[in-house]
Write a protein of this length. Structure first.
Length: 272
């Protein structure tokens, strides 16, 4: 048996005393009592959808990332945000290998059959990205054109409603960035995707000489939500956290940081 020195004894007493009366929960807050710490949540995303989530110097960044951080702090959870990809994100949530997902995911009736969604946290609509010299002026002009979309998105659904679900002129890609590259290299006449994404790309890449076309008659408003496995018990906690971020001004600050305008919080709060 090794000798237990006086110094080691004193250090042990100090450590024991410093631990008394507090229990460090998973949000990092010190709380009294013996409640069990909350689990660290796994959050899936597809980090290829700037400005919502994208890779920058090896880290996932974007509006969704900042929003998620604020929501998790308010809800009292630690989390790991993992870049799993778009299609795998849905598989992980269906199989409950991820606790929730955030990736500019539109809330719609079809997805609600398989997943649960939080309160809406972002208002969006699809728009058309084309070269500056394109003669396309509205969604109606897409009917005889080659259109690039990200597979499994509402952009794909919107295009299929316009030109037919099995139309050979629809080119589907795993990532929206690949769809845009197809346009730039002449393999497509247009890209249809969320307005913020195409506007952000055109603004940040002026050398590509692209323009964005809005058509509110053809593309209805959409709302993003956090997506959970069906029957998740986390939804009420995160709904409450989102509502708090609306009320205390945190959401507005994050939104203005990324988009330089004020959000329509009243519209978002009115969504059920």
């Amino acid at each position: 048996m090794k000798k237990f020195s006086a110094l080691a004894f004193i250090l042990a007493i100090i450590l024991i005393l410093s631990a008394c009366g507090t229990n460090q929960d998973s949000s990092g807050d010190s709380k009294k009592g013996g409640s069990e710490p909350k689990k660290t949540l796994k959050v899936g995303t597809d980090a290829s959808y700037a400005p919502f989530e994208y890779m920058d110097k090896g880290k996932i960044t974007g509006f969704d990332v900042d929003f998620l951080k604020a929501v998790m702090k308010e809800a009292g959870y630690k989390y790991n945000l993992v870049n799993v990809g778009w299609d795998p994100l849905f598989v992980e949530l269906k199989n409950k290998t991820s606790d929730l997902g955030i990736s500019a995911i539109t809330i719609n009736d079809e997805r609600k059959q398989t997943y649960d969604f939080s309160k809406a946290y972002f208002l969006s609509t699809n728009e058309i990205l084309v070269p500056e010299n394109s003669k396309i002026e509205s969604a109606a002009d897409l009917k005889d054109k080659t259109i690039a979309v990200q597979s499994g998105t509402t952009g794909q659904e919107a295009v299929e409603k316009l030109v037919g679900k099995n139309n050979k002129n629809i080119k589907k890609f795993k990532q929206n960035t690949l769809a845009i590259q197809e346009l730039i290299h002449g393999g497509a006449d247009a890209v249809v995707a969320d307005n913020t994404v195409v506007e952000n790309y055109a603004k940040n890449n002026p050398n590509q000489k692209l323009k964005v076309i809005a058509d509110k008659k053809a593309f209805a408003p959409e709302y993003y939500g956090l997506m959970f496995p069906k029957g998740s018990k986390l939804k009420p906690t995160f709904d409450k956290a989102i509502e708090t971020l609306y009320d205390n001004g945190t959401y507005e600050k994050i939104y203005e940081k990324w988009f330089k305008v004020k959000p329509d919080v009243a519209n978002l709060k009115a969504q059920k």
